[in-house]
Design a protein around this ligand. Structure first.
Ligand code: 8YV
Length: 337
């Protein structure tokens, strides 16, 4: 009897649900990382040696060097919708399929973005810290007065799936007027149900009472919100970022908050996270959370399952459900090896 073909080897680069790792073990030789050490570039490169696939999170940078050192690699499956940790042109040039986890986290992330925006508008974190410090000795009419969310103008920068889900919450649940700016305008059939109005970026900055950032990070969106943009916002406005660190110039934002040039901010993502700019830690009018917008048990499991679906399909001749660079599949390069 001919010997069975060796099973492909894959690296699960971060700790994830044991059931998902177990499922991958049915198909592959799996090297996992249950202690959840974060591999630097050199270690990631070495651990990928001999691997046909990688299950990654936002912490693993798959760039041209990592790919060049691992020509056997065929698929990188990110457990995230964002994929700025992947050099997609380099993946495509090498015939490496890259996949992400869209859709399954849309509503969960929108819930959290909306909650953060409300927390900033109604000064929830700031007032809670005040109470915990034991400073609440009497009630006063103007204690922690914020700004209304209902009926206010919601500005969305980046009107993709998550942006639209936040806009729906604002328009349908809170009677907000929705304005947005995006690389491309939505179809009228998408704008109409939420009364969304497409505006240029300057108008968005100037008119929004609550501005929410939901755009992907790239060289073009780096510091899309810096000192100049903050200066265009209303002094009563709030800014919420559930997209990526680096879209906001954190030092400029901290200065604007400190000088009350905008009222408040809410951030789930940071430049250089998990480090947080010390100036942000020092200002009271900002809500800070550790990149948890998609963190419900059900959604994280759905993300892990989808990343695993992609990995299994790509390496067993199936159709990966959510490819980022599907041209790799259609050009047959993935299959050819
Ligand atoms: C991920 C995220 O949990 O999906 C994204 O893009 O930012 C989060 O939902 C995080 O990136 C870990 O991969």
């Amino acid at each position: 009897m001919p010997a069975a073909a060796p099973r492909p080897a894959v690296l699960v680069a971060r700790a994830v649900f044991p059931e998902v790792v177990q499922r991958l073990r049915h198909h592959f030789e799996v090297e996992d990382n249950p202690r959840d050490r974060i591999f630097g570039k050199a270690e990631l490169t070495t651990r990928l040696a001999g691997k046909a696939g990688a299950f990654t999170m936002g912490s693993e940078r798959i760039d041209a060097d990592v790919l060049a050192a691992n020509p056997q690699l065929r698929v990188v499956a990110n457990m995230a919708v964002g994929y700025n940790n992947f050099d997609i042109p380099a993946c495509t040039a090498r015939g490496v399929l890259a996949t992400n986890t869209p859709d399954v986290l849309t509503e969960t992330t929108a819930d959290f973005g909306f909650a953060l925006m409300m927390a900033a508008a109604r000064r929830m974190a700031e007032s809670e810290h005040f109470l915990r410090r034991g400073e609440w000795t009497r009630w006063a009419f103007d204690m922690f007065t914020g700004s209304d969310v209902h009926g206010a103008t919601l500005g969305i920068l980046g009107m993709g799936r998550i942006g639209q889900a936040i806009a729906r919450r604002g328009a349908l649940g809170f009677g907000m007027k929705v304005i947005y700016h995006n690389r491309s305008r939505l179809a009228p059939a998408q704008e109409a149900p939420i009364g969304a109005r497409y505006v240029d970026k300057a108008t968005l900055l100037g008119e929004a009472d609550h501005l929410v950032l939901v755009l992907p990070y790239s060289a073009e969106s780096h510091h899309a919100i810096g000192a100049a943009e903050l200066a265009r916002m209303k002094p009563t406005a709030t800014l919420t970022n559930v997209a990526r660190g680096g879209i906001v110039d954190d030092a400029a934002l901290a200065a604007a908050l400190r000088e009350r040039r905008i009222a408040a901010a809410a951030l789930d993502v940071f430049e250089g996270e998990p480090k947080v700019h010390p100036d942000l830690l020092a200002v009271p009018n900002v809500v800070l959370t550790p990149h948890i917008a998609s963190a419900t048990v059900a959604t994280r499991r759905a993300m892990a399952d989808l990343a695993a679906d992609n990995l299994v399909a790509a390496l067993t001749g199936g159709q990966p459900p959510t490819p980022i660079n599907p041209e790799v599949l259609t050009e047959g390069r993935l299959r050819a090896r």
